[in-house]
Design a protein around this ligand. Structure first.
Ligand code: SF4
Length: 179
């Protein structure tokens, strides 16, 4: 892998931060899954969410099967942080950047597994549960769907969720292995 090239390419993207880390550093929690199940309206509605993504144990096994991971974050300023519509409108840009980073890794001949934000919104109506996912190559389950404690990762790498008033911070984790 040409790390220098990758670092140069990453530094040219509008990322707030990126960090390479070992997947073993992640903390997986059944409690995060419980919150999905009991508080998220997207639970059991897409292939990108639980229970379709598998048990937390399955998710952990899959994440840890990759030797390396890359955390990326983006930040966007909006007029009013309390306005959920405005906050969510910043998400497609983060998803597009996540896809760009995945492409950079694939150009370096890496196999990837990507977790990003919220539930998948690629199709107006998800095919779940009656038919397979229409875009498995572009569908990114959200980080929390795998039981990952995002706040732990943020703390470890000095990422401030509340970086400032009216700033929206999004995270993605890209697991990868060189082929
Ligand atoms: S790509 Fe379409 S079918 Fe697949 S999870 Fe996303 S919304 Fe559902």
């Amino acid at each position: 892998m040409d790390c220098e090239k990758l670092n140069t390419e990453l530094s040219q993207l509008p990322l707030l931060q990126y960090e390479f880390f070992k997947p073993e550093e992640l903390i997986f929690s059944e409690h995060v899954r419980y919150i999905c199940q009991t508080e998220c309206p997207m639970y059991n509605t897409t292939w990108a969410c639980p229970p379709a993504v598998g048990s937390v144990e399955d998710c952990k096994r899959k994440c840890l099967s990759f030797p390396k991971a890359l955390l990326i974050t983006t930040i966007t300023e909006i007029e009013d942080i309390a306005n959920m519509e405005q906050a969510l409108a910043t998400r497609p840009q983060h998803e597009a950047i996540t896809h760009q980073v995945e492409t950079l890794l694939r150009e370096q001949n890496c196999e990837t597994y990507v977790l990003s934000t919220e539930a998948c919104a690629i199709c107006p109506q998800c095919a779940y549960p009656n038919a397979p996912c229409r875009h498995p190559d572009r569908m990114y389950p959200c980080v929390e769907s795998h039981g990952i404690i995002v706040t732990d990762l943020a703390e470890k790498y000095g990422i401030d969720f509340l970086a400032g008033p009216n700033l929206v911070t999004w995270f993605s984790i890209l697991f990868f292995r060189e082929m």
